[in-house]
Design a protein around this ligand. Structure first.
Ligand SMILES: C[S@@+](CC[C@H](N)C(=O)[O-])C[C@H]1O[C@@H](n2cnc3c(N)ncnc32)[C@H](O)[C@@H]1O
Length: 203
């Protein structure tokens, strides 16, 4: 992993994703998270302060050690018991049916082998567990889709593997039963990166 991914990207993402509108989305998504929790693509730990009391234990994974380095200050300030692992989501070392909740915020866009990762999330989620997600992805508008397809190759380079055009609803529905789903353009975001999929799913 090069200097850009390990040193610059974590600082840039921490700056861009710590804004108030992101915080509001995090707070809403995480309100019902409980029990034994896995967060994939933990990044710099911006979800930490939004986890409710009902969370018993948190396992967080991210393949980028530069993200983890910045997350440390938030991990130390948290009252939660947190197990941190430098790891991608495509091959999880956890046993089947381990977690009550799995959380992903703006991460499914960046996972290289997305189907493999969703299979793994499905495997480690308990039968009555919940997969909570907040993701940007493919817009329903053809005029936006064209630009999402054109710009994704550039976005992957400048934003460390992020795809603008992933069809998040279809991807999640391939592996899970969707319980709630809210799709919308987020205020203040360019439409190519601002079509959000916020929801919860089960096995
Ligand atoms: C846009 S950032 C979002 C960070 C964090 N979830 C947040 O909400 O602030 C995307 C994250 O996905 C992580 N990521 C990239 N490839 C991954 C993979 N294979 N498995 C899990 N996370 C991955 C990146 O390192 C980065 O931290």
């Amino acid at each position: 992993m090069g200097f850009y991914s390990r040193i610059l990207m974590p600082r840039l993402l921490d700056l861009l994703m710590s804004g108030e509108s992101f915080s509001d989305y995090r707070q809403t998504l995480l309100a019902d998270v409980k029990g034994e929790v896995l967060e994939i693509g933990f990044g710099t730990g911006l979800n930490l302060r939004h986890y409710p009391e009902a969370v018993q234990r948190l396992t967080v994974i991210d393949p980028n050690p530069g993200m983890n380095a910045i997350a440390q200050k938030r991990i130390h300030a948290s009252h939660l018991t947190i197990d941190t692992q430098i790891l991608g989501s495509e091959a999880l070392p956890m046993a089947d049916n381990t977690f009550d909740s799995v959380v992903s915020t703006w991460t499914l866009c960046s996972i290289p082998k997305i189907e493999q990762a969703l299979e793994e999330i499905h495997r480690v989620l308990k039968p009555d567990g919940r997969f909570f997600f907040m993701e940007h992805g493919r817009s329903p508008d053809p005029s936006v889709q064209i630009w999402q397809d054109r710009l994704t190759p550039i976005q992957k380079v400048i934003a460390d593997g992020c795809h603008l055009n992933r069809p998040m609803q279809a991807l999640v529905e391939r592996y899970f039963k969707v319980l709630t789903l809210d799709c919308f353009y987020a205020d203040g975001f360019p439409r190519i990166a601002g079509y959000m999929y916020q929801g919860a799913a089960t096995k």
